[in-house]
Design a binder for this molecule. Structure first.
Ligand code: NAP
Length: 252
């Protein structure tokens, strides 16, 4: 059997890959054979070094993913460097914590703009390019457990990630027939900067750990298999689905 998970010759754009889950997924895609375009606010030196070690190429785009013009810029840079795009991972995301009663417009807009509005406009720019290339493409959005649950003191984050789950289905409906697979991964509780405050809170941290059937927090490595699956031909008939990578959290 040919290796359906082989990404040799593919070009993947990934947003927010200087650290955390984005770094883990960029490395996994490179190990499967893809060249990587990383879109970050700061130079992702560690990620670049890890990818170059695999023998794949890495191109860095320094831009703010919450600005609408970044979508076209990222595609333009990918095309001028590698000539085409095949895979998009919408990973960059932020979280703001406060009681709903005190939540500010700023904390609402910052999170919604990056976590869901830009997932749409980045996907739109990618899909236009794939259609003009007359090729096929794979979009993978990063959702959350809070695509399914309410969360505690994170109303804009929950709204944005619930939006990502719906948007994944909406785009799959329109673009499956154009040869673009749109799916998502919903990570559970993973050890990254995003969960630093949560892990520092002893009560919340032990409550969370006690509820994870796998008995541990996830790591960026745990995203490797699922991201390669959704980026590759192995998932060619999978459209609009969000896979939980959560150590069994949702099964509880
Ligand atoms: P992280 O370590 O905080 O990484 C977030 C990434 O997004 C970083 O690379 C960050 O860059 C980037 N980013 C933030 N704002 C940006 C902007 N305006 N422009 C460009 N890049 C920006 O957190 P993570 O856990 O790996 O999160 C990755 C994704 O997984 C997010 O969408 C998050 O919501 C989701 N997620 C995480 C968990 C978890 O338990 N960790 C669970 C469910 C979902 P800087 O380093 O420059 O800030």
């Amino acid at each position: 059997m040919n290796n359906m998970f082989d990404l040799s010759g593919k070009v993947a754009i990934i947003t927010g890959c200087n650290t955390g889950l984005g770094q883990g997924m960029a490395l996994a895609l490179a190990q499967a054979g893809a060249d990587i375009v990383g879109v970050n606010r700061s130079v992702p030196s560690e990620t670049a070094a890890l990818i170059e070690k695999t023998g794949r190429r890495f191109h860095s785009v320094i831009a703010d993913m919450s600005k609408i013009e970044t979508a076209d810029l990222a595609i333009k840079e990918a095309i001028s460097t590698f000539g085409k795009v095949d895979i998009l991972v919408n990973n960059a995301g932020i979280i703001r914590r406060n009681d709903a009663i005190d939540f500010t417009e700023q904390d609402w807009d910052d999170v919604m703009d990056l976590n869901v509005k830009m997932v749409f406009f980045m996907s739109q720019a990618f899909a236009k390019q794939v259609i003009s290339q007359k090729s096929t493409g794979n979009i993978i959005n990063i959702a959350s457990m809070l695509s399914y649950q309410g969360g505690i003191r994170v109303p804009s984050y929950t709204s944005s990630k619930s939006g990502v789950l719906g948007l994944t289905k909406a785009l799959a409906n329109e673009w499956a027939q154009k040869g673009i697979n749109v799916n998502a991964i919903a990570p559970g509780y993973m050890e990254t900067n995003n969960t630093e405050a949560l892990r520092a809170d002893e009560n919340r941290s032990s409550e969370i750990l006690g509820r994870i059937p796998a008995g541990r927090w996830g790591t960026p490595d745990d995203m490797a298999g699922p991201i390669v699956f959704l980026a590759s031909d192995a998932s060619r008939y999978v459209h609009g689905y969000t896979i939980a990578v959560d150590g069994g959290w949702l099964a509880r």
